[in-house]
Design a protein around this ligand. Structure first.
Ligand SMILES: NC(=O)c1ccc[n+]([C@@H]2O[C@H](COP(=O)([O-])OP(=O)(O)OC[C@H]3O[C@@H](n4cnc5c(N)ncnc54)[C@H](OP(=O)(O)O)[C@@H]3O)[C@@H](O)[C@H]2O)c1
Length: 283
């Protein structure tokens, strides 16, 4: 398994399995189980996905030793704050049937995430999690968090795919010692990614699928990927990206697809801050 090394020395698989928008408990449990059977060891969930229990059951059912797994979950906005973050973490751990986490992330840069970060620093020092990080932090917010706290986030999980490549952000994150992780590597199929001409021709050349080319492109940039699928054949396909290599020319061609804009939402939009702040998740 190819890994990256986080800023505290912890090793993390470069490919994992994401479970956003898999609310059905049975479907989620089966998908995670299939992913574990296919060889994935990193699972990415969140309190806000409302499927931590299903993920926990799949982990148990797999029988894979705990130390071989790398489990990530995330703190939702309503639980940002020192006390509430500690309570939310305990709830997540219980739902996952685990006694420690590999990575705990602040899901969104909203609410009292400074209080949450201090709680997470304490939990990390107590050994309740191997690493702590953030998600959806633009460089300025991330820098502010770094400057005003003791522990530098190990990772930032942000939207990254061929249509929004985040190239400068990767450089910035590297300079700060923060691992770049992609969410929505396929942009959830938006922009007709699976039918894109450039990606299709590169895929044909390598006798691979567009999905595999996209994941390979990210991995070659040392970006950690967590593709989601509920279909066994795609779960297997998405993991099968280590038997080919994209050339410098392939990488160059993919770089021309960058629109430099999100296909989902802007973290500079006050309406997004308002929407996330009002989004209550029944945990
Ligand atoms: N931190 C955040 O704010 C945030 C936001 C979004 C996502 N995430 C994380 O990132 C993970 C991945 O992102 P995502 O789930 O939003 O989107 P994604 O992985 O870009 O795309 C998933 C979509 O692609 C389809 N798909 C998967 N493999 C395929 C293949 N080989 N060929 C054709 N279609 C394929 C899936 O359909 P089927 O399931 O039907 O196969 C699904 O519709 C999430 O699950 C979550 O863990 C985090």
């Amino acid at each position: 398994m190819q890994t990256v090394t986080l800023n505290n020395g912890v090793k993390m698989p470069i490919i994992g399995f994401g479970v956003y928008q898999v609310p059905d408990a049975e479907e989620c449990e089966n998908a995670v189980y299939e992913a574990l059977m296919a060889g994935y060891r990193l699972i990415d969930t969140a309190a806000g996905y409302l499927n931590e229990e299903a993920v926990g059951r799949a982990i148990k059912r797999s029988g894979i030793p705990r130390e071989e797994l790398f489990i990530t979950t995330k703190l939702w906005v309503q639980d940002a704050g020192y006390e509430s973050a500690k309570l939310a973490f305990a709830k997540s751990l219980k739902k996952l049937q685990l006694d420690y986490l590999d990575l705990y992330l602040i899901h969104q840069p909203f609410g009292d995430y400074y209080g949450a970060w201090r709680a997470m620093e304490e939990l990390y020092r107590e050994g309740k999690m191997k690493a702590i990080g953030v998600s959806n932090f633009l460089p300025d917010r991330l820098m502010d968090l770094i400057v005003h706290n003791e522990i530098v986030p190990a990772l930032n999980q942000i939207e990254t795919h061929p249509f929004y490549q985040q190239t400068e952000t990767t450089v910035f994150l590297k300079e700060q010692g923060v691992q770049h992780q992609s969410w929505a590597p396929f942009a959830e199929g938006r922009g007709n990614m699976f039918g894109n001409e450039v990606l299709t021709s590169i895929a044909e050349k390598h006798n691979k699928s567009v999905a595999q080319v996209v994941l390979r492109w990210l991995v070659q940039r040392e970006v950690v990927v967590i593709p989601k699928s509920v279909r066994k054949e795609r779960i297997v396909e998405n993991f099968d990206i280590f038997d080919f290599e994209l050339s410098a020319d392939d990488m160059e061609q993919i770089s021309t697809l960058d629109t430099r804009e999100s296909l989902f939402l802007s973290y500079r939009d006050p309406e997004v801050a308002k929407m996330m702040g009002n989004w209550r998740v029944d945990l």
